[in-house]
Design a protein around this ligand. Structure first.
Ligand SMILES: [Zn+2]
Length: 583
């Protein structure tokens, strides 16, 4: 949120979150932290905590969390710039006149212009690599296989980042100062401090701002490299939560048709746009952020959400819906059959079929009611669970009349007596928390101590954070864990070299992961040593291997062919040996 070196960043450095929040909430010191009654939900015992050293807050009851600006935005219902101003004034920091161009601002502007130019050069470089090198040929073959022709590749400016590791660096180095190369997000530093290309052996999707200027890239691994999608980090010209992929080309069509189609990824966007539906944008992996919604609202308040039909997509859909409802959007949901993302669906069923589905996409409430009806409602508890699933959405609709209509509709669809439902709705609004308060207990036991420690070290360990991130990635230690997404976010942050910012990290995470992350970070944890990290890693490895043994045993029980049987035995032997080495 606060760009490094910006005024907001300076305010954040100087502001004391305890003092600012203390003006709204009576805080008491408990240990290293402060706690008080949560201002966001009704409670009798304090579950709202403020972390003085890490400068963030988290409510263990309702799950609200963030930095000093988020707190003020939420309390004052203000936008980011106003919140920065408010905090600055509270802390006695002089707010600069917006028109006044200080030398510092001029330098910032120059820097931003240079970064934009670098991105343009890089986009050209990636496109050329795709089109005219041997390595690029393999990438082209992949894209052709996915149904993308030359015209599409050119239209979306797709490119390819070669595997060499310094091709782009060599291309840009003669023209730009080291400092710029460092801050542009296109390069990382290795252990010896040398810069190298961030994107390697990846198909490149240029990400443009609303004005059509390339300000970041998304890269899809061509091989099995992890992560499958790698994006530019936040830079002075790129704030992830304020950019929608393809908006620059979609905005006119969104305005004209008065609705936007919202998909998850680059390939989905391209597929939908090629199907003749130009008003499509992508939130890019993470579910929709507040800033993206505000951006979209400038063009239309009608949106059809079409995320992947898997569980993650469903969760992202539901999270996005709550935000869209709060912003008084009229949302519909297009849920494609299992296994079909928009790209696949259009390839298999054709553009017309997709357009038809889009036209027939149900209103969000009908979508949610269908989901609630699929729950087992044969018992009273089941019925209550279905009602509780719907309540948070109904409760978020700001308009009272509309909310009341919703209650009637839910009541008739779920066959719940209306007075019962209205009472539940009333309670939900009063408490502003509904079912969420039970979640921490449900998640907590899943995270083993070793996982917990590694996550803390990825934040705390000044000395070896980057190396640790690299080690975890290389050994895929976090793959398959419930906390994989949190690890991904921490690793990405750690690899950028600077200290990970919890509030910024949390933006890319789903609700549950976000809560978990904050809870883990709240424990005061020492920096740790490399030896301790190693022992945690072995613990994770051990679990992975034990898991694999169990899987091999299941496969063996399914009476495999003799060849497969031999394979299983060989692998089991290897795994046991690896396990033995860990003991
Ligand atoms: Zn709370």
């Amino acid at each position: 949120m606060a760009e490094a070196g910006s005024f907001a960043d300076r305010v954040k450095q100087q502001a004391d979150i305890v003092r600012v929040i203390g003006e709204y909430v009576r805080l008491k010191k408990s240990g290293q932290n402060f706690s008080g009654l949560c201002p966001f939900h009704q409670e009798k015992t304090p579950s709202f905590s403020v972390h003085a050293t890490k400068q963030f807050y988290h409510c263990f009851g309702c799950g609200k969390s963030g930095d000093v600006f988020q707190f003020v935005m939420e309390m004052e219902k203000s936008a980011f710039p106003e919140a920065v101003r408010t905090v600055a004034e509270k802390c006695g920091i002089r707010v600069p006149e917006p028109r006044e161009r200080s030398p510092e601002q001029r330098r910032e502007n120059q820097q931003r212009a240079a970064l934009v130019e670098m991105h343009r050069t890089a986009a050209t470089f990636y496109a050329r690599t795709l089109n005219s090198t041997d390595e690029g040929k393999v990438a082209r073959a992949y894209l052709e296989e996915r149904g993308l022709d030359d015209e599409t590749i050119a239209r979306f400016g797709l490119g390819y980042a070669p595997s060499s590791g310094d091709a782009l660096l060599r291309h840009l180095k003669p023209k730009y100062a080291e400092k710029l190369l460092e801050s542009c997000g296109l390069f990382s530093r290795d252990q010896s401090g040398r810069l190298y290309d961030r994107f390697r052996r990846r198909i490149i999707f240029p990400i443009a701002n609303e004005a059509g200027k390339v300000i970041a890239f998304g890269g899809r691994a061509l091989g099995d490299d992890n992560p499958k999608y790698l994006n530019s980090p936040e830079t002075p010209i790129y704030t992830k939560s304020n950019v929608l992929y393809h908006l620059d080309r979609a905005k006119e069509a969104i305005r004209k048709n008065d609705f936007a189609v919202l998909v998850e990824g680059y390939m989905d966007t391209i597929a939908v746009a090629r199907a003749g539906i130009a008003n499509v944008v992508a939130s890019c992996g993470t579910s929709l952020a507040e800033g993206q919604i505000k951006l979209l609202a400038r063009f239309s308040r009608h949106v059809v959400v079409n995320y992947d039909p898997d569980t993650a997509g469903q969760a992202a859909t539901e999270r996005s819906l709550t935000l869209l409802l709060e912003r008084e959007f009229d949302a519909r949901v297009l849920a494609l059959p299992t296994g079909a993302d928009p790209d696949k669906f259009i390839q298999q069923e054709g553009p017309d079929s997709y357009a038809k589905r889009l036209r027939e996409a149900p209103a969000y409430l009908d979508y949610l009611i269908a989901r609630a009806r699929a729950m087992d409602r044969s018992t009273a508890e089941g019925k209550l669970a279905a009602v509780n699933f719907l309540m948070p959405y109904a409760q978020r609709v700001p308009n009272r009349l509309l909310r009341s209509e919703l209650a009637t509709k839910i009541a008739s669809e779920l066959r719940v007596e209306e007075p019962v439902l209205r009472e539940a709705l009333r309670r939900a609004i009063a408490e502003r928390r509904s079912e969420v308060k039970q979640k921490p207990e449900l998640i907590a036991p899943v995270v083993r101590p070793a996982e917990r420690r590694l996550m803390q070290m990825l934040v705390e360990a000044e000395g070896f954070r980057e190396n640790l991130a690299q080690r975890i990635t290389e050994g895929s230690y976090h793959k398959g864990l419930e906390t994989e997404k949190i690890f991904d976010a921490l690793i990405e942050a750690a690899r950028s070299g600077s200290r990970p910012e919890p509030a910024a990290l949390a933006e890319s995470l789903a609700e549950n992961d976000r809560r978990l992350l904050f809870e883990i970070l709240f424990e005061s944890a020492p920096e740790g040593t490399w030896e301790e990290a190693e022992s945690c890693l072995s613990a994770l490895k051990k679990r992975q291997l034990e898991h694999e043994i169990a899987e091999l045993q299941t496969r063996l029980a399914a009476q495999p062919s003799p060849t497969e049987r031999r394979e299983i035995f060989t692998r089991a032997q290897e795994v046991r040996k690896l396990l033995g080495e860990l003991q």
